[in-house]
Ligand binder design. Sequence first.
Ligand SMILES: NC(=O)c1ccc[n+]([C@@H]2O[C@H](COP(=O)([O-])OP(=O)(O)OC[C@H]3O[C@@H](n4cnc5c(N)ncnc54)[C@H](O)[C@@H]3O)[C@@H](O)[C@H]2O)c1
Ligand SMILES: O=P(O)(O)OC[C@H]1O[C@H](O[C@H]2[C@H](O)[C@@H](O)[C@@H](O)O[C@@H]2CO)[C@H](O)[C@@H](O)[C@@H]1O
Ligand SMILES: [Mn+2]
Length: 441
Amino acid sequence: MKKFAITIAGGGSTFTPGIVDMLLSSYEEFPISEIKLYDNLAERQEPIGKACDIMISERYPDVKFSYTTDPEEAFTGIDFVMAHIRVGLYAMRELDEKIPLNYGVVGQETCGPGGMAYGMRSITGVLEILDYMEEYSPDAWMLNYSNPAAIVAEATRRLRPDSKIINICDMPIGMEDSFATILGLESRKDMIVRYYGLNHFGWWDSITDKEGNDLMPQLTKYISEHGLVLDTDAFQHNDESWKETYRKMRDVIALTPEIIPNSYLKYYYYPDYVVETSDKEHTRANEVMEGREKQVFSTAEKIVEAGTAEGIEFEADAHATFIVDLARAIAYNTKERMLLIVPNNGSISNFTYDAMVEIPCLVGSDGPEPLHIGEIPHFQKGLMEQQVNVEKLVVDAYVEKSYTKMWQALTLSKIVPSAKVAKDLLDALIEANADYWPELR
Ligand SMILES: NC(=O)c1ccc[n+]([C@@H]2O[C@H](COP(=O)([O-])OP(=O)(O)OC[C@H]3O[C@@H](n4cnc5c(N)ncnc54)[C@H](O)[C@@H]3O)[C@@H](O)[C@H]2O)c1
Ligand SMILES: O=P(O)(O)OC[C@H]1O[C@H](O[C@H]2[C@H](O)[C@@H](O)[C@@H](O)O[C@@H]2CO)[C@H](O)[C@@H](O)[C@@H]1O
Ligand SMILES: [Mn+2]
């Protein structure tokens, strides 16, 4: 039986140990010969690398493991790249969130001006990894979590149209885990879902059980009354900002009472509320640095100090499950139904043909086969048309190195109030991103 070799790009990511853990836990269904970590920052990756080395040698000593900053070593002889890089690290995420807030605009990692700034940084890093993979392992697939996925996906569609890259997001499946809990189901996989939209900008309009029974009335009623707050021990979701997002789901679903929105729509429906309730001095980046980052790196240190991972565990959540399921679906041509970010090509029949949309696909050895969605309603279509053009303009600005296109992108965003604010914001973002963005003319 073939065993698969995997490179995790962004080896120093807080999500790396969870993915390694999930790869080991899935070994019987998806055997692996080798795991390599790759990062462009040795000191960030080293503690994670050392801890994973111990973890792997204790659980599957036959699985070869290494960590490196050398692209040739990292990308040679592999079947999959699982990528989750953050160009600019948390220091730049903090600026993406805080600069817009200084102008009275939503400050968020992937939505609005913060997401656009992050997009302009991310495109170069993601293309670099894709190019390394194609140079050293031309038959491999890149499964990419690196954000902002919507902008990255539009960039790879346009700049690397023939590449074997699939852009993905864990938010829908994270929410589906909560739906399953509400419904008393064992797993989200007991549901058949229909979802459409852009990344961090979509809606579920049908959820049934395997027998075809409609589960939407029970779910929409619950979310309208309680939001999506659950008594869960999923560690990220215990942070106050996540709880607030899930409480706010009551107001977000109110716009489409029979359809379930992605929680990220909060930033587009209620930007005034988001700004009013944000702390300009302490944003989500700070919460992550004080929480998940500390927790992951201190767990790694404990493992290295103890010389064993026994009794010291990393968390592997929906994020890790989803990417390993995707690799398995490609490896074994399972035709599993999964939500992926793919070219529309008419799947949403009344929406832009060359948009990158998030919709259900059947996944096999040739990659994703998108399912047909048909026509979507005016409200969703209108919002999506505006947003998809923001994303396209950011990629235009990147490719053409155009100040005007980036100004247009910011001005078109639903959450930026005027061209004046957009210009002031753009100038501040250009200054902050001088080391990362192409120089705009
Ligand atoms: N798509 C999704 O739904 C989803 C879900 C969770 C996280 N993410 C994304 O995953 C990424 C990692 O998140 P995190 O919080 O763990 O970040 P992190 O800062 O902990 O890790 C990112 C790592 O990427 C490395 N890196 C940066 N640029 C690189 C490059 N050009 N080449 C190689 N390595 C590079 C950094 O050195 C760092 O070790 C982010 O982009 C985040 O937005 C996406
Ligand atoms: O603020 P962060 O860094 O905690 O999270 C931002 C990311 O949020 C989503 O991912 C969640 C996911 O929904 C949840 O199920 C679990 O796996 O945690 C993830 C990270 O907290 C979103 O989909 C990502 O794109 C964001 O990067
Ligand atoms: Mn996401």
